[in-house]
Write a protein of this length. Sequence first.
Length: 268
Amino acid sequence: MPGSVDALGRPVCLDRGMTDSPAPEAPYGSAADVPALLDRFAADPPGVWAELMDRLCPMLDTAFPESFAALPRLARVAAARPPAERRWVLAAAGPIVRCARWSAAGAAVRETHAAAIAELARLTDECLRPPLGMAEYAGLLQDALAFEGVAVWDECLERLAEGEYEVACPYCGVNLFLVIGDDGFFSCADDYALGEAERTPLRPADAALPAGPGARLYTRALADGQPAFAERLLYLFGQGACTHCGTEFAVADRVADVVSPDPGAPGS
């Protein structure tokens, strides 16, 4: 695999902060131990998931050549389980695939393992249809978007299920809470849990969203039987204002800037 080792034969670490940088020797260990670890994971995904992620995708934002090489095996493990038992396997593969876009070497992974990633996307789509709690649905949807190559939104939808984002005003830079959920739909610059913070209501987008990631996500959530999550998506792709200086902004732009501050347009 291109970029898989450096001049000394050491594995290369591929993460959003490094491009072809040598991987630290600890705590990740030798690639030789990965097959046995995957065998144990296949037998007990929830019990071994944390250990597997520590080895293949630490902090869920760093991946290695052996991480990407594990994708076909993870696809087979997921396919061997019914949708209700697949979540931990998909939650292992999703972060690894997400890491693949953060370096030139990692980008080649989508081509090298295209069949496995397409199978993971299909298997995830099957899991989204049965009744699910909002948090579980958001996590699975993020994994689905990672397999489909949809940037930004494959990282931040779990926060939508939790009901809060923390962003910066694009004009004055003050930190803002964007609350979207059970506590309401508003922005504020102070701790709203105290009940005394000044709040500015968020304005939801119209259900007839223009073509783009917002429209696709909204339509998908409705088709998956998640109307409450779909409603939150309208606020995510709606408008907000800073309670400090009054500057208006697109909520999705502020959220995307936190997730991925370098690119231009959010999502794809």
